[in-house]
Design a protein around this ligand. Structure first.
Ligand code: PRP
Ligand code: URA
Length: 212
């Protein structure tokens, strides 16, 4: 797995505000949205395009268009929903599929409770959105799901990642013959005993949408 930690002062600035415990939900949602758009620019560096000619008012120019099949964006519910609009801003013609997952807060294992994806993802590029890569259980399960349906290029976009989660993903994806990239705004220090990212930003879903 290729890991890219975005290194840009605007991303660091927005991430700092996002982490702040005093940041309220509306501001948190706006910052998450803005951060994703900035990360999406980096994450789509290898989106597939095909050459096309375009007629300008002056002459014919060479250009590119997104190759079919269109990329599929997959937010992991619930917190990944907070990243969808920011991603669509950059990839407005992408299709969107959904995976609902929740961590069992005792075992920390990911449980899949909803799935709305095309049956056949053969040859598709997929962009998985989830703000937090903690133990890695949710993202590894999501990626396995997409690969089993035929996706052949996967990029995960997160706001924060923990080294433990990256290590687990690398191990679990070892035998997967599909390139997987991770683009994250920050790589934090560790997980605490409750499986939270330290220093992190707390519970992303709760901060976006309220405590359930
Ligand atoms: C959070 C987060 C990730 C997951 C990360 O979701 O949004 O999906 O935990 O943890 P992991 O790497 O250890 O699997 P949560 O289970 O809190 O659900 P929510 O998005 O509905 O709040
Ligand atoms: N999920 C979150 O929302 N935050 C964490 O720190 C870990 C998992």
């Amino acid at each position: 797995m290729q890991v890219h930690v975005a290194d840009h002062p605007l991303i660091s600035h927005k991430l700092t505000k996002l982490r702040d415990e005093r940041t309220d939900s509306p501001t948190f949602r706006r910052l998450a949205d803005e951060l994703v758009t900035l990360l999406a620019y980096e994450a789509t560096r290898d989106v597939r395009v095909s050459p096309v000619d375009v007629k300008t008012p002056v002459a014919v120019a060479k250009g590119v268009r997104l190759t079919d099949p269109r990329p599929l964006v997959v937010p992991i519910l619930r917190a990944g929903l907070g990243m969808l609009e920011g991603m669509q801003r950059l990839l407005p013609t992408a299709e969107v599929g959904f995976l609902g997952m929740v961590r069992n807060e005792e075992t920390l294992e990911a449980v899949t409770y909803a799935e709305r994806l095309p049956d056949d993802l053969t040859g598709r590029q997929c962009y998985v959105l989830d703000p937090m890569l903690a133990t890695g259980g949710s993202l590894a399960t999501a990626i396995d799901f997409l690969v089993k349906r035929g996706a052949n290029h996967i990029t995960a976009i997160t706001l924060l990642a923990a080294p433990e989660g990256i290590a687990r993903m690398e191990k679990e994806l070892e035998n997967i013959n599909v390139p997987v990239n991770l683009v994250t705004a920050g790589l934090d220090e560790k997980l605490n005993e409750l499986g939270y990212i330290v220093p992190g930003l707390g519970d992303a879903g709760d901060r976006l949408y309220g405590v359930v």
